[in-house]
Design a protein around this ligand. Sequence first.
Ligand code: SF4
Ligand code: SF4
Length: 88
Amino acid sequence: MAKITIGAINPDAGSSKNYKTGSWRNMKPVIDYTICNKKCLLCYQYCPDSAVELTEDGPKINYDYCKGCGICAYECPKEAIEMEQEEK
Ligand code: SF4
Ligand code: SF4
């Protein structure tokens, strides 16, 4: 039986890691790093899909898994995240 890890993309077989759910998206979040404070990380905490990654340069959206729900943009206190139309 596969173990369920908490708050992360599960790497075990049959897990969400194998399904690039970003292809469902029709809007995409774009971070303006001239506005982002790079430290509150509410975007990371609120993302229901663990699609915001922490890097040395601040939060980064993993578009392979981001479904474009817009929660990160809604929760960002600096309004540093814009939801843009996805071009496909
Ligand atoms: S919530 Fe907004 S200001 Fe805070 S780290 Fe994320 S993008 Fe930057
Ligand atoms: S749009 Fe939704 S899924 Fe994508 S990074 Fe923001 S909160 Fe996560």
